[in-house]
Design a protein around this ligand. Sequence first.
Ligand code: GCU
Length: 434
Amino acid sequence: MLRIVFSKVKISNVCLTALVATACAVGSLYAADEIAPPNYDESKVPEFTLPDPLVAPDGSKIETPDQWRQVARPHILGLFKSEMFGQFPEADLSKIKFEEIKTQKDALQGKATRKEIRIYFNYPEKTPKADLMILIPNKVEKPVPAFLMPNFQGNHTTTEDPDVTAVDAPFRTRNAKEKPEDVRGVAKKRWAFEKIIDRGYAVATVYYEEIEPDQSVGFKYGVHPLFSNFDLAKDDYPATIGAWAWGLSRALDCLETVPEIDASKVIVAGHSRLGKTALWCGANDERFAAVISNNSGCGGAALSRREFGERVDRINASFPHWFTKKFHTYGARVNELPIDEHELIALIAPRPVYVASANEDQWADPKGEFLSCYYADPVYKLLGTPGFGGVDTLPDLNKSVGATIRYHKRTGVHDVTDFDWEMYLDFADAVFGR
Ligand code: GCU
């Protein structure tokens, strides 16, 4: 197989000596003994070569958009399924039902209409279900483009508004001990709702554990039992990130029924594990117009072969349910992975993608996230887009760079901030020519 030689790239080594690990051992389910501590030393990053997305399985060069579409893309997507995330879930979509449970026309001091739509995944059964909360700007011409971004603790944690339905998820694992009312509004800093509405966009969010609990208990709860292609005996069963991604596709089905939203202009976004989810969702569901990965790190935008910050062995030990069984075998041999994360980004091409890092989030390997953008560029170029726009050096802090592929590294920790949202809104304006 022809390979890109990593060392040919001129990327400066600046900023990677800051050893601010935001790593947390949350959810550690395996014994940690055999796992080496994270590497934060750039000089210890091994030399590696990456699989070339523009080489076909038979070794021939992919030279046309058609060859990408017909040969390379299906092959690479198939490898991500067989080696990493599992098959994309399949289920009987005729069992999905949407029910509008609340509408408030004067949300955000009258600037927005808020709808809550309950998604039943196995109707007429009442569970599993998830509430999609949608804010739509009032004073603009409809239909409008929208962001779809799942949340970590419940829709009611994204706002202090007492009218938002509090989460009622029986298998809640994160923050399971809190009473829903105790956490109303706790995540509001991550949700720049007013900014988004003021710029004329709708925004929709869903609590990720209503789709599927974040636990390693044999995939018994949430939407997993509905998947016709789920079989634990197989190496490539759909795993939990795939289940969340499938849930976001169902949320898009729901948005397609909302007349005020232009469903051909929905950007799927996610932070951290949900950034990994957004990338996987966007790779599979080409209805999404663009994808945003916020601090997605290992298993998301960061190159696995760099072995910097969180590594494949660590993530599989801490979160065995996120990826498929086959991925668990790659911890000590990442160089044998037939794919790497630049190809996850390439699968989104030619649709625009934004990858964001934070300088104190070394656990997520900002440089590895940047390099994935860089190495996805040839695919974007082949498909006739400006791709990464000639960027070949890590940009200064808080500077957004690129074109169809965009990137920034902001100051601060693992988080979603107002700055991130401002960049995403500018990105969306560029994507939709607004
Ligand atoms: C842990 C995990 C990361 C993940 C993050 C999150 O830190 O190791 O891979 O991105 O949690 O989702 O918050």
